[in-house]
Design a protein around this ligand. Sequence first.
Ligand SMILES: [Fe+2]
Length: 263
Amino acid sequence: MVEELVQKGWAQFPPEPALRDWSEVARRVALARIAEPEERAQWLQCEGTWFVGIDTLSNDAQGRVDGSPALSGIAVSVATALYGRLPLHRGQVSVIYPGYPRPRKGEGEGAFRYRQKRDAAHVDGLLAVGDARRRMLRERHAYILGLPLTQAGPGASPMVVWEGSHHIMRRAFAGALEQVEPRDWGAVDLTEIYHAARREAFETCARVPLPASPGAAYLVHRMALHGVAPWERGAEAPPEGRMVAYFRPEFGDSSCADWLNLP
Ligand SMILES: [Fe+2]
């Protein structure tokens, strides 16, 4: 499983009882949060077809939520084996509803087409900085852990990942960052090399959807190109939508080169 993540840039893990129990608690807590007007005002995007839900889950650093045990399971063990035990932030609860995607507020025609045709594919942590929206490494995530909270069919906007794209990205980022002090990486303009690497990934990597059920989990490599597939007409999902909790813990020390060099 460790090798799979390192080689392919993603790994899926079958349902486990402990995670199924955790996902039931998390789902209940998330639904209550999503019903709050302030949360909806902030996070309901794309004309009501996507609840973005950053920091929505009220878990602690070990993933305990509303009295649940700490987050556990094979995916967590794999991530810990590779990257050590990193404290968890409050989980993102990303919910997709029928009709996704609709344009996000302020999104131009080109960006919306990219959302429709290319799943709004991106690498996490490369934020668009300033008016010129230059891509810079502002968040150094170790990995992405996805934990489905509702039972949804394969047409209900699964995450999609470009298999092996993290190898392309790593080569590109290494070229730009290796000669720079790690603590200064956030100031390096990665826009051009990121866009070139993205084009290469679209041309040469398979696009793999990752639908999964509550109790299951998936890991996506921090440099893997990934996005969210459009909702297919007639896709199966409960009224509360296709709901996934995400954890993307960050490496704590910005003076070391872990983000670039670890597996
Ligand atoms: Fe992402």
